[in-house]
Design a protein around this ligand. Structure first.
Ligand SMILES: [Zn+2]
Length: 415
């Protein structure tokens, strides 16, 4: 394949520096060169893509992906239990479809926050990496697990491992043998599962310590659902990589997060909460139901906590629990708008979080437009650093490239 040269682009390189006019050369799966201003790269033997002033930026990273949560834009599956809404065969195929939808929404990487099939994501990742199925780069996850029989942990989420340190070690070992990259634990319940459950610590310290020790020894990352302040502290004591929600962080939890800000990531997963507040009535989540689930109070707390985390330099990433019928996969870029609208991020700040910091979360050279980095790129009509909602419009995502290959061809006649 000929090297590809993007010319006449406005470049947002992911680092946060101002957008600049320039050119980007892609060779094989890598960014080979970047030129700025009037500088031109060599055109010989390249396929030139005139960007006509559109913005070239790194592909987005979804920090809280659930590819096996069934619903995607235009394809809604509703039912009392999303884990049971489809038979296993359909469920796996729908998961593969959702991987494509995620990628076509501009998300070239996804960090899974839990799967509904034990090996779904291990299998899917192999297909994606082999080039047989379209999808984002994936950090694959285990099922989302809490201990069985604990208040606030739904039965479906808590029956795959025994209790005690030995039970946890055995579970992590089993997951490592399956080949998952990340293990997700519910360290607290959730008020959406049962009233007040967000304050329940589900595991003992010894259980979490054993799971973490085993996971670290095996090179597996840990993610957690952590709402109560104590569950956040527990995760931080034991080297969890990403903490979801953190909606009851107290001053001590914030201090600990700040102390570990070079190691950990937080993703509030606000998209789901927002949808439950404003867009889920047709699915039976009236305002009264949403209040009972605690989402109004939770988002109100988040609106204080997330800006405080941002001021402290804690890495807070978009990623919104997409896949529910009222919060379908494909709408993921809406989280960026919510960070601006609800948490006071500037457009540029949230774009850095969704690109460069997301790439750091993935542990891959993605998220920055720089020589030698993987060529995961978006060409967007308009300037997302001025209007981040442009990323939500499929018509404005002119091109999507992953690994130096186009996923999406031009949608306008000019390009
Ligand atoms: Zn989730």
């Amino acid at each position: 394949m000929k090297p590809m040269l993007f010319t006449n682009a406005l470049i947002f390189d992911g680092t946060g520096r101002d957008v600049f006019a320039g050119e980007v050369l892609v060779e094989d799966d890598r960014i080979a060169a970047v030129a700025e201003g009037a500088d031109q790269l060599v055109r010989d033997n390249t396929e030139v893509i005139d960007c006509e002033g559109a913005t070239l930026m790194p592909g987005l990273v979804e920090a809280h992906a659930h590819l096996s949560w069934p619903s995607s834009v235009g394809r809604i599956f509703n039912g009392p239990n999303i884990a049971k809404v489809l038979p296993p065969e359909e469920h796996l195929l729908v998961t593969a479809h959702n991987a494509r939808v995620t990628l076509e929404a501009g998300f070239t990487s996804a960090y899974s926050a839990g799967s509904l099939g034990t090996r779904f994501e291990v299998a899917l990742k192999k297909e994606i990496e082999g080039g047989y199925l379209p999808g984002p780069r994936l950090v694959s996850s285990s099922l989302e697990q809490g201990p069985a029989g604990v208040p606030g942990v739904p039965p479906a989420e808590g029956n795959k491992h025994g209790r005690g340190a030995a039970g946890m070690r055995a579970y992590v070992t089993e997951m490592a043998e399956l080949g998952v990259n990340s293990i997700k634990l519910l360290l607290s319940g959730d008020d959406a599962f049962a009233e007040g459950a967000s304050q329940h610590l589900t595991y003992s310290e010894a259980e979490v310590a054993a799971a973490a020790d085993e996971a670290h020894a095996r090179g597996i990352w840990l993610s957690c659902h952590a709402q109560s302040a104590e569950s956040i502290k527990l995760a931080l004591r034991h080297g969890f990589r990403i903490l979801y929600h953190c909606s009851h962080a107290d001053a001590e939890a914030l201090d600990l997060l700040e102390a570990k800000k070079a190691e950990v990531f937080v993703a509030p997963a606000v998209g789901l909460r927002y949808a439950r507040m404003h867009e889920a009535e047709a699915f039976g989540i009236t305002r009264a139901v949403a209040e009972k689930m605690g989402v109004f109070a939770e988002v109100e707390r988040m609106q204080k906590l997330i800006p405080a985390m941002r001021r402290r330099g804690i890495r807070v990433l978009p990623g919104g629990d997409y896949g529910f019928p009222y919060n379908p996969i494909g709408r993921n870029a809406r989280d960026l708008e919510l960070f601006v609208k609800l948490f006071g991020f500037t457009e540029t700040e949230v774009l850095i979080a969704a690109t460069k910091l997301g790439g750091t979360l993935m542990g891959l050279p993605v998220g920055v437009i720089q020589d030698g980095w993987l060529a995961d790129l978006l060409l967007v009509q308009g300037n997302p650093t001025q209007d981040v909602t442009s990323l939500q419009d499929p018509q404005r995502l002119l091109r999507i490239m992953k690994d130096g290959r186009f996923i999406k061809r031009p949608t306008t006649s000019e390009l």
